[in-house]
Design a protein around this ligand. Sequence first.
Ligand code: ZN
Length: 326
Amino acid sequence: MFETVTLDIATIDFPSEGELKTVQAAELARLIEVGVTSLAALLGKPTGQVRTQLGKAAGIKDFARADIDDLREAAQTLRLRLNEPSVRTPARLPRMQRPTGMGQLPVPRTVKQAAIAMSCGLCADPIKAGEIIGRTRNPKNERLHKTMGWLCQHCLYERREKPRRRDVLLRVFHHLFANNAVDLNAYECAVLSIWLLEDPHVAGTASWQRDPLTATIVRLQTSQQEEKATTWIAFPTARTIIHVLRECAVTPAPADAELLDAITQHLHEWDTNPQGIEHRRYGRGPGFHAQVLQATDRPSVLSERGGPFDLHHAPPPATEKEAEDA
Ligand SMILES: [Zn+2]
């Protein structure tokens, strides 16, 4: 028996963690089939049972319909199992508290512990192996929004209740990407107004001089005080906000600064179309933005992730009174 096991491991030849990061969907699906068959032989269990267990561990109901992010995580999970067949993935995850009200985010489609170290599919924060990751359900409007990859715990649960500066930036970016006005909840309005007013000379920046944000700041502060679930920021104003933040004299945290630079760069590319993406073919909306982003000669955490992403709207107001006030 021992010899058979050794022989099986030697003949599996499963790719390394690093190799799996670059394998495409069809090959991942093939590797998973090979790996599942090998693991079943190692454990002396039926292939179907091992496949179902892997599906449960990786959050996949139907392997034929799984996308590349799901398949990659499943392949990494399988690789760990092949290396240590006796080690079972802990079945129970800690029960996560989902915020309520305007900070709420939809129930994730699947949640698991990361098989390997990775980075968040939205905010790009590093994720360690074993930390909670999850995927959202497919976007409601699949023609407009793209499906996000594996998200970190903060992006899954807390990004709207305890928004960081870069959560607000990402929200602005993905709304501009989709050619939409930006909707912010009271928490996000607070983060943004405090940031904008951090530099006492902010009104002297060239972008503010061109398009003063005085009324916008008042709206953001009012929304914060009145705890409004939704405040709409018009498209041109959202762009001005990005430019003003970039011009501010107060140096942002490195992660915020990097994101601000990337957004400014991509907004500029959408305006100037340096790679000559055909408007005739892609129009001037999100499809065009996606092509320009993909063709950029200076890739960023944003262009690597694509989009636009549906970052969720606050739940509809519970009463007519609230609807009038919103
Ligand atoms: Zn994240």
